[in-house]
Design a binder for this molecule. Structure first.
Ligand code: XIL
Length: 449
């Protein structure tokens, strides 16, 4: 039996080699997200991969977003893979792209326990040496981009879930003051950049966010330069914390800015229209929570397209976590963001009837012919399929491959083979057959069912 995961209408009628293909309605909102955000005094950003900033990816990154965060390009392991030997290529490229498109850059990140160079993590250092290395790293990187970075995620992910400090190279060797020192060194290198502490699972009020709150309060009381907190917001479908806005507000009341820095909303694959609608609601509520608090600077999504998301490789079985699909079509989530920013474009209706079948005769001789049927999905997917048609001139199937075909009179029904029932969104499968004919060999209409 077929099972269509999105939409309901399956009629897919194709004749000859002509492709009748119903693409889902996918029109971006009238105003780019960055204009909608600017009208509300907010920034809308995306993480980017430098090498991809051309073509459609570059067009969307440049036109829809007012801020870029290098996804990996500014991490220590990227910029200094060998001690004393620097590679700024991708970071420079992203900064140049941002400047050319009148965008901010969010620097990410200076002090973290991940993606550090092995010379650093494998070395044995005294606390004094380690502190010197960290100061030098911060001074070098922040200094290089002085005046070009709106905000730095100076310290990334310093807390455990229970609000205690995470055991890291930094904490274990330098104590909690590595945080104050990092902020102080960053401020010295670029007094104009906003300095943030960034973490995940701190979106709602809880032990971890309260630890962050108490740290920020303490830093401020000591005169340490801290300008903001980054709430990463790597969320699971349907799990936007109810206390998000309240949490943003309490940091704002403390006198710091807040940014949603790495928003994505992952779902168990495959995506379907109900999940995509929930995801739109989730994106909308996160952006709305930021929009509601004056000191919330803006929202950055962690990759704008599902083809450039860390989710599938990090959370097996999950994906579809960003506002654009893998083919750069805006998803309902895109419209959720737009609506939270005051946009009026409504979410496109969930795609229906978006799997179709193409019948073609690939070769023909005096009494026989070879045919092929291709089943393609866009905006929908199949987990199994049957392609049905009626021969109009007495043709008979004699053999098939990549499908099991049965003919009764003029009616043909071909079911998927065990290995090709799945037709994910954006892909296609084909099967072939030989048949006999006489007189004429008209192309039938194929229906999926
Ligand atoms: C991720 C990148 O997106 C991946 O490409 C990389 O392999 C691992 O890091 N929190 C952060 C980001 O602060 O730097 C992480 O980025 C995602 C989690």
């Amino acid at each position: 039996m077929r099972s269509l995961r999105t939409g309901s209408s399956l009629a897919a009628l194709v004749t000859g080699a002509a492709l009748l293909f119903t693409a889902p309605a996918a029109h971006a909102a009238d105003s780019p997200l960055r204009d909608l955000a600017a009208a509300r005094g907010k920034v809308i950003g995306t993480a980017v991969t430098g090498a991809k900033l051309t073509g459609t990816y570059g067009d969307i990154a440049g036109s829809q977003f007012s801020s870029l965060t290098p996804g990996n390009a500014m991490k220590w392991g990227t910029v200094e893979p060998t001690q004393g030997s620097f590679n700024w290529t991708e970071a420079d490229q992203i900064v140049a792209f941002a400047q050319a498109h009148n965008q901010q850059v969010r620097g990410h990140t200076l002090v973290w326990h991940n993606q550090n160079p092995s010379w650093l993590t494998n070395g044995s250092w005294t606390p004094t040496q380690l502190s010197g290395l960290l100061q030098n790293h911060i001074s070098t990187e922040v200094g290089r981009y002085k005046g070009k970075i709106a905000a730095w995620d100076v310290v990334n992910e310093p807390f455990n879930e229970d609000g205690t400090y995470r055991s890291t190279l930094w904490y274990d060797n330098l104590g909690a003051d590595y945080i104050a020192n990092a902020l102080t060194w960053a401020h010295a290198a670029d007094p104009g950049a906003k300095l943030y502490i960034n973490d995940y699972n701190v979106e709602g009020v809880g032990a971890k966010s309260t630890a962050l709150y108490n740290l920020v309060k303490d830093l401020k009381s000591r005169g340490v330069p801290i300008d903001g907190v980054g709430l990463q917001a790597h969320l699971v479908l349907g799990q936007v914390p109810a206390t998000l806005q309240q949490n943003i507000q309490r940091f704002a009341d403390l006198g710091v800015d807040v940014a949603i820095t790495e928003l994505d909303v992952r779902m168990a694959l495959p995506a379907d229209s109900a999940k995509l609608a929930q995801q739109a609601a989730d994106f909308k509520s996160v952006v709305a929570a930021c929009a509601a608090v004056t000191r919330c600077a803006g929202v950055t999504v962690w990759g704008f397209t599902d083809s450039d998301s860390w989710v599938p490789s990090t959370f097996p079985g999950y994906g579809a976590a960003t506002p654009y699909d893998e083919n750069y079509a805006p998803k309902p989530a895109y419209f959720g963001i737009a609506q939270a920013l005051g946009g009026t474009t409504t979410t496109p209706p969930p795609p229906t009837g978006a799997c179709s079948a193409t019948y073609s005769v690939t070769s023909q001789w005096n009494t026989g012919f070879t045919g092929q049927v291709t089943i393609a999905c866009s905006g929908a997917s199949l987990s199994s399929w049957k392609a049905n048609w009626t021969f109009g001139a007495g043709q008979k199937i004699t053999q098939s491959w990549n499908a099991t075909c049965a003919q009764s009179g003029t009616a043909v029904s071909c079911a998927n083979a065990p290995y090709n029932g799945s037709v994910p969104d954006g892909s296609s499968v084909s099967f072939g057959f030989n048949g006999s004919w006489s007189g004429s060999n008209p192309v039938p209409t194929v229906t999926l069912g």
